[in-house]
Design a protein around this ligand. Structure first.
Ligand code: UDP
Length: 328
């Protein structure tokens, strides 16, 4: 019998890669997506159910139709800067839509839940390498809303027996090495795709957000993890739950931080082209350093990142960038 997994946000960047990994592992990913920021063209590995997460009746219908064995919940607003300008949007959308989904999953008896959280729940920790035990202290509404969802999951475990694997990760980059899916946001706000746009003249320049941070070259330091490695961890997290190992939290990162200037230098090396840049001011809500250790995921889940070195991530992103984009 087919083992369906309900993937919210399956038409988005990380969700579409997760669908591919699930299909490869023998599951049938059922994408639940409003297509507001996702792409119909990105749904290639299983059926699409169009719908809004706040629509409980629609969710009930989809759970009844597919009887999924688990939920992978990616769909969310995820822009730090936007969350600082419009916190109400983030609290309302991310928290309420997740709550509706969690209630629908519990009502349907679908009690294995893999959740896409973020190192933004940690806030600015002054250069500390983050791990699962680090105290969460978000400094933006995006991180706050994700932390709230983590808390909701714990409450529903106590009340309904919902089991969750929570992944906290930060800067996902790269694209499927086979080129079937990749990163494409509109509007684009992320460093790597914006930089590639600047390299091939689609934008005049990349703006570096702040050069006066207390870091080695003054720019923010982030931990970049390849999207294909990241979604492999999600499949392992699902198998962990199915094996009855219980709820847990895992950080996912490469354990190495790179400054914005280092990412720019690596892109120059990979593409063999100049990166036009302008120096801009800090972006509100940005922490100076966010680096996430992954010792626990490697040790306990058996996660083995294969493509999370900066050169491979940028090369994969560049190949995708040059090969065309989705149409709705
Ligand atoms: N960044 C930048 N210019 C841009 C976009 C991003 O300097 O046009 C910086 C940003 O301040 C952060 C890093 O690049 O330090 C990664 O930002 P991104 O938006 O890709 O991911 P986030 O860290 O917000 O998840």
């Amino acid at each position: 019998m087919a083992r369906h997994v309900l993937v919210t946000g399956g038409a988005g960047y990380i969700g579409s890669h997760a669908c591919k990994a699930l299909a490869k592992a023998g599951y049938v990913p059922v994408t639940y997506d409003s297509l507001v920021t996702g792409w119909r063209d990105a749904v290639k590995f299983g059926p699409l159910e169009e719908g809004d997460l706040s629509d409980r009746a629609r969710l009930d219908e989809v759970f009844a139709r597919w009887q999924p064995v688990a939920v992978m919940h990616f769909a969310a607003l995820s822009l730090v800067g936007e969350s600082m300008k419009n916190p109400g949007l983030y609290w309302r959308h991310n928290v309420l839509s997740s709550l509706t989904l969690i209630e629908a999953a519990c009502a349907a008896g679908c009690l294995d839940f893999v959740f896409s959280s973020t190192c933004a729940t940690y806030g600015d920790q002054d250069g500390v390498i983050l791990n699962e035990a680090t105290t969460q202290a978000p400094i933006n509404a995006y991180g706050g809303s994700k932390q709230a969802i983590e808390m909701i999951l714990r409450d529903f475990e106590a009340s309904h027996g919902l089991r969750s694997v929570i992944f906290r990760y930060f800067n996902v980059a790269g694209a499927d090495p086979d080129g079937e899916v990749g990163e494409f946001h509109r509007p684009e706000t992320h460093l790597v795709p914006l930089m590639l746009d600047a390299i091939d003249g689609k934008r005049p320049a990349l703006t570096v957000f702040g050069s006066d941070y207390p870091t080695k070259d003054g720019t923010c330091i982030r931990d970049y993890v390849h999207v294909s490695d990241l979604v492999d961890a999600h499949v392992l997290g699902l198998q962990w739950l199915e094996a009855g190992k219980g709820s847990d939290v895992f950080c996912l990162g490469s354990g190495t931080g790179f400054s914005v200037r280092e990412v720019i230098a690596q892109s120059r090396a990979v593409t063999n082209r100049e990166v036009p840049i302008v120096e801009g001011s800090r972006r509100p809500g940005d922490a100076a350093v966010l680096v996430s250790g992954s010792t626990k995921a490697i040790r306990d889940l058996g996660w083995a990142p294969k493509r999370s070195d900066l050169a491979t991530m940028i090369a994969d992103a560049w190949r995708w960038h040059q090969s065309g984009h989705y149409e709705r």
